[in-house]
Design a protein around this ligand. Structure first.
Ligand SMILES: Cc1cc2nc3c(=O)[nH]c(=O)nc-3n(C[C@H](O)[C@H](O)[C@H](O)COP(=O)(O)OP(=O)(O)OC[C@H]3O[C@@H](n4cnc5c(N)ncnc54)[C@H](O)[C@@H]3O)c2cc1C
Length: 123
């Protein structure tokens, strides 16, 4: 992050392609940046200043880091053919599939629909 520079989409994330979620994250980046810039503009602040752009960075950091960590863990889990690990991941997948709240949580996570939502994404 630098004054007058904000990265969005894949340029801002280091998410493994296995996630297939880069687009969703990018859309949320755009909506969050629009919120932050809109708020700053209404307050008469310089929308390109570091202090304003850092609000956007702080907002999006958690989502990006969580997804990067989660997909890296999934990738490692599925790249390993060790028997007990295979059993554990099959049981885990079965549990996620069978327990509706768990399944919904992961679906919402995949759709970047968790956490603080920008106005453009509010239900
Ligand atoms: C097989 C596959 C499936 C996917 N499925 C999903 C999915 O189901 N859900 C999901 O959310 N995401 C999915 N993604 C991820 C998603 O496609 C990307 O995260 C998203 O397209 C990133 O958008 P972006 O605009 O940030 O970057 P990009 O789409 O990469 O756009 C960057 C653009 O900049 C251009 N460019 C690069 N360098 C320069 C330059 N020097 N000057 C000018 N232009 C330049 C490129 O040509 C490109 O057009 C998938 C990705 C792949 C590969």
């Amino acid at each position: 992050m630098a004054p007058r520079l904000a990265l969005i989409g894949d340029a801002a994330h280091a998410v493994h392609p296995i996630a297939g979620q880069g687009y969703n994250l990018g859309v949320k980046d755009i909506a969050a940046l629009a919120d932050v810039l809109g708020d700053a503009s209404r307050l008469g602040l310089d929308i390109g200043s570091l202090s304003v752009l850092e609000k956007y960075q702080r907002w999006r950091r958690f989502d990006s880091a969580t997804l990067a960590f989660g997909t890296d863990a999934l990738n490692r889990l599925y790249s390993n053919d060790f028997g007990p690990l295979r059993l554990a991941r099959d049981l885990g997948m079965g549990a996620v599939n069978a327990v509706s709240p768990l399944r919904k949580f992961f679906m919402r996570q995949a759709g970047a629909d968790l956490g603080r939502l920008p106005a453009l994404m509010a239900p």
